[in-house]
Each structure stands twice: as C-alpha cells, then as structure tokens.
Design a protein around this ligand. Structure first.
Ligand SMILES: Cc1ncc(COP(=O)(O)O)c(C=O)c1O
Length: 439
C-alpha cells in the first residue's frame, strides 16, 4: 500500500540512511521480534547485581558530599542537584580521583567533561576534530559501530587500520597516516580500544602501547582511547596500564564510561582531554574547554541527578571502581571461561569453526566457514532461537565477513550452554547447506 510521504530521506543528512546508524536498530528489532531467543548478542552488563536501593543510597551519599566535603548549604545543594548546571559537570573531581586511584592517571579535573554516556564524548571529540573536508579519522578495524556512526554524523570519513592479533598493526597505521597525507588529507587521530576491544576482544600488551604512543608522536596523531571494559580482565591477573597512563606527551584523548562499571541507566560517561589549545585571545585552555562549548549546544549539561548517582557510587568505594566491581569481574570471568570451554566441547579439533580467546572483557569472535550476514542472524533467531552479532557490522566496507561476535556479559552459564547448543545446530545446518550441490 502506498502511504503518503511528507519527507524524502534523500533530503535528510545522509547519515540517517547509513548502515552504521541502522545497525543498532536492526539488532534491537531482531531481539524484539524473537524475545525468547537466547541472546549472546547484547554487550550489556550483568543484571543480577542491579540493586533497587542503590541509586537512592548513592544520591544521598553525593548530597552529603556536597554538604560535608564541599561546604554547600542546603539551598546550594538543592540548586546543584535540581538546577541547570556546570557544562563540564559536577563530578569531575571524583572522576579525576577515580582515574588516579584505579589507573594511576594524574589529571587536572578541569580537563574532564562529564558526558551523556561515552557515546556523547565520542561525538564531541569527533565534532571538534572535523574542521574541514580534508580531515579524516583512522580507526582500528573492526571498529565499534557507535564510533563509525558518530563520525558519519559529523561528515568525518573513517579509514580502517588493520587490527590483527596484536590489537593494532603499527606498520599499517603508519602507512595509512602517510597515505592520507599523500592524498592531501589530514589524519587527525586514531581511535583505539587497547583493552578487550569491542568487538574483537583483543588487547594490546604494554610494549605495543608504548610503540603506539611513540608512533602517534612521530606521525603527529592524536589517539582516542576508548576504555569501557578495562576493569574486566579474566581471572586474577594484573591490569595493563592504559595508554593515557603511559602518555607523557598529551597524545591521548581518553573516553570513559560508567555503563559497564556502575549503571548503564544513568547514561554517564566522560572525556579526559588535557591537550592544550590556544584560543583566539591567546589564552591556553585544555581541549576539554572546547569540547564543553560543543556540549553546551548538544545536551547543555549531563543530568545532575544522574551524575549524583554515579558520584555517590564512586564515593561509596573511595573512588575505586576496581573495588566496586569485584563480583562483576568474577561473573564475567566465569562466563568467559564457560563460553570458551563450551566452544571447545562443541567444536573439537578438526572442526572448521575457530574462535579467539580474549584475556577478559565481554566478547569472543567465532569464525565459521560460511558468510555471516543479517539474513543468517534472522534464520538463527527464527529456527534456532539464538542471537549473536554479525562481525560485518563492525567493518565499514559492506563486504561479507565469515565471523560473528558472541557476548558473555548478560547471560548465565546455563544460558551460555543453551545458546551454544543452538549455535552448534545452526552451524551444522549451514555446513550441510553449503555442502549441497549448487543449482
Ligand atoms: C567500545 C564502546 N564504546 C562506547 C560505548 C558506549 O558507552 P556508553 O553507554 O557510556 O555511551 C560502548 C557501549 O557498548 C562500547 O562498547
């Protein structure tokens, strides 16, 4: 039936019809259509630890902090929580303390902008860096689709850099930066997730981090470090220092999220941008101040109540999210080990199915001997009752990819078993299908 149309999509910003912006909608739509399917797709935090009483307790804790530690009177406390607020946020000092305690990053709180999730932080940084049509962004591939989508919205082309087993192929990064320059373009930054990347699960070791920082200085690139999963190494191992902790030359813009470490519903994240920028009046300010100007035109300020909840959670644990996430880390470790053991059992040596074994985080990539596309995901949901994410969603070139991402974060071991049984049935079916003579 032809419905009357009021707006032609061709007259809207091209991003609205871009695969990167359709990806999340498509995955949500599949999940809603088959609500009983086991989801090994969602990169959401574990829900069993959600505590109905916690947000109120954290809000009260932050209120006491305003009064007792910052000396605000009752009227001022009310204004801080109820009114429009400081663009850069009201928990910047607690975030700076958290970065010092958990990451060994020594930072001026004025270099922090509290954002509506890490997603807004990404958008602000890309918006600021895209000054003109010559600007391009490099991004380690496969790339988080939220980054690609945000780049589309600000008309910033994204050029992939090979990730590979080490997390980033430094020779390719140098080659891509130089190729872009030879074409008259200006590579502004490289987006990288050094810890348990989404979707690859891969991490950079310390030596690779140091070499990446050196290369960024040599090639005059910024590094955009996105770190939502760094607190979740599997097992009792030491964490590797973040790029920002190793950054002595202010090359790294650091993106943080409280979605996986406190509460996704609060929608609070931040950007740490301590790069010095000379303004038109000659005054030198942190890059954070320029980002705040953009933020003032996007979300004005991050919800004070949401910040207060996160601030209270930080205060409750002396600003250590490592301490706050002991149970969560154990659950993710258990799930990751359970998934890897389950894959080994169902696809023993000789099977054409392969996977990587990340050292932590939420994600595992499974490679199969047939193309993995959206049609296969629908078939998987409909016929087998299991959801996962096609890896093609994390590449920007539209080419078929023979791999899928499994997430272990929001499921129980029993659900992992059920999901893997169903995945194995799908694989058996697809192998039989590809063995059929064409015709
Ligand atoms: C790599 C990466 N960056 C950013 C985000 C978004 O974080 P937030 O929920 O804080 O916006 C996610 C969420 O899944 C993610 O995986």
């Amino acid at each position: 039936m032809n419905q009357p149309v009021d707006l032609d999509v061709a007259t809207l910003h091209p991003a609205v019809d871009d695969p990167a912006l359709n990806s999340m909608n498509f995955l949500n739509e599949v999940a809603q259509h088959w609500p009983d399917a086991v989801s090994l797709a969602a990169g959401r935090p574990y829900e069993e630890f959600f505590d109905d009483d916690a947000p109120r307790r954290w809000l009260d804790r932050f209120r006491r902090h305003l009064a007792d530690d910052l000396g605000q009177g009752p009227e001022q406390v009310r204004r801080t929580l109820f009114q429009y607020g400081r663009t850069k946020g009201i928990i910047h000092h607690l975030i700076a303390r958290n970065l010092a305690v958990d990451e060994g990053i020594d930072v001026d709180p004025e270099a922090v902008v509290v954002t509506v999730g890490c997603q807004e932080a990404m958008f602000l940084v890309l918006r600021a860096l895209r000054a003109g049509p010559a600007d391009v962004l490099l991004a380690v591939a496969p790339t988080y689709v939220g980054l690609t989508g945000a780049a589309r919205l600000v008309d910033l082309p994204v050029r992939p850099v090979a990730g590979g087993p080490a997390g980033v192929d430094l020779a390719d990064l140098r080659a891509q930066a130089r190729r872009a320059r030879a074409e008259g373009l200006r590579p502004r930054a490289c987006y990288v997730m050094p810890d348990f990347a989404n979707p690859s699960g891969v991490s950079l070791d310390v030596a690779a981090r140091r070499r990446l920082l050196d290369l960024a200085a040599e090639e005059d690139l910024l590094l955009i470090e996105d770190n939502p999963y760094g607190l979740f190494p599997a097992g009792d191992v030491d964490r590797v220092p973040t790029l920002k902790a190793l950054d002595t030359r202010r090359r790294v813009v650091y993106l943080g999220s409280f979605a996986k470490t406190v509460l996704p519903g609060a929608r609070v994240g931040y950007v740490l941008a301590d790069q010095r920028v000379a303004g038109a009046d000659g005054a030198v300010v942190p890059f954070a101040d320029q980002l705040a100007k953009i933020k003032s035109m996007v979300t004005v300020n991050t919800s004070a109540l949401a910040q207060a909840v996160i601030g209270g959670a930080l205060l409750e644990h002396d600003c250590s999210l490592v301490a706050a996430n002991v149970r969560e880390r154990a659950a993710y470790t258990r799930n990751l080990h359970h998934l890897l053991a389950g894959l080994r059992r169902r696809f023993p040596a000789g099977s054409p199915v392969r996977w990587n074994a990340p050292a932590g985080g939420f994600f595992v990539v499974v490679t199969v001997p047939f193309p993995v596309d959206d049609a296969l995901l629908r078939r998987s949901a409909e016929r087998h009752g299991v959801l996962w994410t096609p890896m093609a969603h994390f590449y920007d070139d539209g080419r078929p990819v023979d791999a899928l991402r499994l997430s272990v974060s929001a499921v129980t071991p029993d659900q992992i078993d059920l999901g893997l049984d169903r995945l194995a049935a799908l694989v058996t079916e697809e192998l039989a299908r590809s063995a059929l003579p064409a015709g």
